[in-house]
Design a protein around this ligand. Structure first.
Ligand code: ATP
Ligand code: MG
Length: 177
């Protein structure tokens, strides 16, 4: 198993803080970078991607795609475009090949929600972003399943683990606080 070259855990307590972290990361990315986002439904993968887009300076409007598997957000300046993929409904690596991400990799930052096990072959380097939610919610702590979806937008704690693989990430993507 390939060893990570860089890993760091961050804590956020709101969607806005998650976007702040992602914005800082986005500002340090460049064309060719590949990011895989992992975390349960509602963990904050799309929220994180919105912050990345701001940091990159691409056209806003990053949403959770329902039927569209891939959206390209063009740069508003001279930086890379953002290619945002949601692989949740993909069944196989074959289907991801149909999207032809190779074609846009070199001029874009490519972000794939649910991409683990599907897109690692696109680059010799990648960042894996894992969003972990505290079970039971910030106030509960009893560990029971969250079933009240009416509170889904309330700000909660997340641990965001950023792990770098490959030569691109031999130095940290973010200054370590
Ligand atoms: N600390 C936090 N970081 C990120 N999102 C948070 C946080 N606290 C609460 N939230 C809320 O959690 C939800 C995350 O939704 P989001 O669509 O980003 O998740 P997702 O991982 O993309 O889900 P899916 O698997 O359905 O694509 C949002 O409603 C957001 O406001
Ligand atoms: Mg999403």
């Amino acid at each position: 198993m390939e060893a990570p070259v860089w890993e760091r855990d961050y804590r956020t307590s709101s969607a806005a803080q998650t976007q702040d972290l992602a914005r800082a990361l986005g500002a340090s990315l460049r064309a060719g970078d590949l990011l895989l986002l992992t975390g349960e439904l509602g963990a904050g993968k799309t929220t994180f991607t919105q912050g990345l887009g701001e940091g990159l300076g691409v056209r806003p409007g990053i949403i959770s795609p329902t039927f569209v598997l891939v959206r390209i957000h063009p740069s508003l300046g001279s930086g890379p475009d953002l290619v945002h993929v949601d692989a949740y409904r993909l069944e196989s690596a074959g289907e991801i090949d149909d999207i032809d991400l190779e074609n846009t990799m070199d001029t874009s930052v490519t972000v794939v929600e649910w991409g683990r096990g599907l897109v690692e072959h696109l680059s010799d380097s990648r960042l894996e972003i894992t969003l972990l939610r505290a079970t039971g919610g910030a106030a509960g702590g009893s560990g029971e399943l969250v079933t009240d979806f009416s509170v889904e937008d309330d700000d909660e704690e997340r641990t965001i683990r950023i792990t770098g693989y490959g030569p691109r990430w031999e130095s940290a993507p973010l200054p370590i606080p």
